[in-house]
Write a protein that binds this ligand. Structure first.
Ligand SMILES: *Cc1c(COP(=O)(O)O)cnc(C)c1O
Length: 460
């Protein structure tokens, strides 16, 4: 039986309250200080500074409280100050902050590897390595795949996002702002990265294309342009994140994974955003029973502490010589303690079940809104999609499929004005994404969704 958020206790009142003229004086002063010292390339979408956060609420330094529908980009699934995580961090940090696992190892790293081997799909023999960021996990998954296969080519997809380091920028499909901007490009990029078409059901030229057919289209391109025997790895987000919360049609992922297996290609699932109960399962690949050779994890893994991991087939991971993998901070003991506690909270509160409940609650309301708008002659909600608490609405010019990034910006700004933090994504900048903490109360979520509905109606 699904645990309800009412069984979770909160330190801060779960209520939205913003002054009409925020940002307040303290946030404005901090913005001024920041401008003088922080590089302009790091942008923030909300102009207030955080003082406290708990459950689905963020307090700023001027006393405003916001509903958090972004979880710091799918990170704080258990909340930003889950008591179990906070307790585990305090306990760990009082003993040692760091020793470096490559020098003097400690138990929490081993215990977390045990948990990840247990939770990730497949009952084959597995091995795990811990790192700091999602990009670092992706880089290492590819490092392992190349060494283990002795091949160079890596296949990524349209609309993919895999990070901001050199190799992961190469894997990422979107130019602005990740690979280039008005002042130039961040390249040259890593070689031997090939891009093939994704299955984007809402925007397929042939809307009847099946998942299997879309996979065949990608496979044919790989065979023609690279040759299956030259490919080290196929890397894919089972539900694409920054690219627009694109959920491929049923059959797409299994067909790709099946073909990769036939060709000795390492199938890497980048579950950095979709993992850890976010989609209503521990991992998004579970929805179709796909078992990746390597899975990359980060974001939701450690209740907000910086930690990432790859877990994969023992024969692949153990193909790498001792010393070939690692990093100074990888699997930091405080972050490991946080991850173990976050996993504990996910199990205790059945947060996968909570994610499914959030899906039901939110999609019902969004579909109603979509129908209402269409009935009133302003069909601006082109598509509603996603799984669990990883949901998106794609905004278009009424009655067409033409992306509407202006409307998207206006809606997000209107929501923020009312005290609701909402993120956008999508190759065309026209997707509103909902990534609430999984511990959000129904009341708060409904309040946030009502604000969103009013904003869309007002600007449609
Ligand atoms: C965020 C993200 C990354 C990069 O993670 P960082 O921790 O920002 O390096 C990689 N892949 C996916 C799917 C992501 O959503």
């Amino acid at each position: 039986m699904t645990t309800t958020a009412s069984e979770i206790t909160y330190r801060l009142e779960q209520k939205r309250r913003v002054q009409a003229d925020f940002p307040g004086p303290k946030s404005i002063a901090l913005t001024e200080r920041r401008k003088a010292v922080v590089a302009a390339g790091v942008a923030s979408s909300v102009p207030v500074y955080v003082a406290d956060a708990d459950g689905g609420i963020i307090h700023d330094v001027d006393g405003n409280s916001f509903i958090d529908l972004g979880s710091g980009i799918a990170v704080t699934s258990v909340g930003a100050s889950d008591p179990a995580v906070v307790g585990a961090v305090k306990e760990a940090v009082e003993h040692f902050t760091h020793t470096c696992f490559m020098i003097t190892p400690y138990e929490s790293y081993v215990a977390l590897a045990e948990q990840l081997n247990r939770l990730t799909p497949g009952d084959h023999e597995k091995r795990t390595v811990l790192f700091n960021s999602g990009a670092e996990a992706v880089e290492n998954a590819i490092k392992v795949a190349r060494l283990a296969t002795g091949r160079d080519a890596v296949v990524a997809f349209d609309h993919a996002y895999h990070g901001r380091t050199n190799l992961t920028m190469a894997l990422t499909a979107k130019a602005m702002p990740y690979k280039a901007g008005p002042a130039g490009s961040f390249g040259p990029f890593a070689p031997e990265v090939y891009r093939v078409p994704m299955n984007y059901p809402y925007r397929e030229e042939n809307p009847a294309i099946t998942g299997e057919e879309a996979a065949k289209r990608a496979i044919t391109m790989i065979e023609k342009q690279i040759g299956g025997e030259s490919v080290a790895a196929i890397i894919i987000e089972p539900i694409q994140g920054e690219g627009g919360f694109i959920v491929p049609a049923e059959g797409f992922l299994p067909a790709l994974a099946g073909w990769a297996k036939e060709k000795g290609i390492v199938f890497i699932a980048d579950e950095v955003q979709s993992g850890f109960c976010r989609t209503g399962e521990w991992f998004a690949v579970n929805h179709e029973g796909v078992v990746p050779d390597i899975i990359a994890m980060a974001k939701g893994i450690a209740g907000g502490m910086p930690l990432s991991a790859i877990t994969g087939r023992a024969d692949l991971l153990d193909a790498v010589h001792p010393g070939g993998l690692g990093g100074t901070y990888g699997g930091n003991p405080v972050a490991c303690a946080a991850a173990l506690a976050a996993i504990g909270s996910m199990e205790e509160y059945d947060l996968a079940g909570r994610a499914r409940h959030i899906e039901e609650l939110a999609t019902g309301r969004l579909r109603e809104l979509q129908a209402k708008l269409a009935g009133a002659g302003s069909a601006v909600i082109g598509d509603i999609r996603g799984r669990g608490a990883m949901l998106a609405i794609e905004l278009v010019h009424a009655g067409t499929k033409e992306p509407n990034p202006e409307l998207t910006r206006n809606v997000v700004a209107a929501c923020l004005n009312e005290g609701v933090i909402i993120l956008t994504c999508g190759t065309y900048g026209n997707v509103i994404r909902l990534l609430p903490p999984l511990v959000i109360t129904d009341e708060l979520l409904i309040d946030g969704l009502d604000v969103l509905a009013r904003a869309i109606k007002a600007h449609a």
